[in-house]
Design a protein around this ligand. Structure first.
Ligand code: ITT
Length: 203
């Protein structure tokens, strides 16, 4: 873990995601003094995400990012597990939206599958794995989860992806209806972030 000491003095970080919603949320959680880069700042291609778990895919992305940029890299592999659909789409959450990343389509797909089972309000979890990789090829993964349930119709314009159909336990509003800072206080991404917070210097 000692190698991670360099995070306290690091001035540049690549946030290796092409998803603007994720980029924003990750950047807002991290120290504001650091300069953040996107994959396109390094003309990076997307690595093949052929892992079988959130951890494996997050690691593929962060190691690829750190190697391509030669700076510290943070990646995020995340998704929604819908219990009545045997935890699908899980690591395939982005892929359910098709090549055009159309989340209306992905949400329709969830609707049709749950409707068939007459379980529109299935329990669900959002899962996020954050991975930090150093240019020397070292990486660590950190998982966060939030439990809740699915709701139809979709509600709210905040957030991204599946946010409009997910209500966290203890709340009445979907992630799409909650204010950005309310989601950021309880989300799967925040819970993963809490585990890495100690490696950074805030202020
Ligand atoms: P990168 O791989 O470039 O980071 P991606 O969107 O393809 O972008 P993933 O493979 O990790 O990333 O897919 C995760 C999908 O899960 C994402 O596209 C969202 O639709 C969904 N997801 C993850 N976290 C979410 C959140 O906080 N709110 C809503 N949907 C979320």
């Amino acid at each position: 873990m000692n190698k991670f000491k360099i995070l306290k003095s690091t001035k540049k970080i690549l946030i290796a995601t092409n998803n603007p919603g994720k980029f924003k949320e990750i950047k807002e959680l991290l120290p504001q003094k650091i300069r953040y880069f996107k994959p396109k700042d390094f003309n990076m291609k997307e690595p093949v995400e052929n892992g079988k778990t959130f951890q494996a895919n997050a690691k593929i992305k962060s190691l690829y990012g750190a190697k391509s940029s030669n700076i510290v890299c943070i990646s995020d592999d995340s998704g929604i597990e819908i219990l009545e659909l045997n935890n699908q789409p899980g690591i395939y959450s982005a892929r359910w939206a098709g090549r055009k990343k159309n989340f209306n389509l992905a949400i329709q797909k969830v609707y049709k599958k749950l409707k068939k089972k007459n379980k529109l309000n299935s329990k669900a979890n959002f899962v996020c794995c954050l991975s930090i990789a150093l240019p020397d090829g070292t990486s660590r993964e950190f998982i966060g989860r939030i439990k809740g349930r699915i709701v139809f119709p979709a509600k709210g314009k905040n957030g991204f992806g599946y946010d409009p159909i997910f209500i966290p336990y203890g709340q009445k509003k979907t992630f799409g209806e909650l204010k950005k800072r309310e989601k950021q206080k309880i989300s799967h991404r925040y819970k993963a972030f809490k585990k890495i917070k100690k490696y950074f210097k805030f202020s």
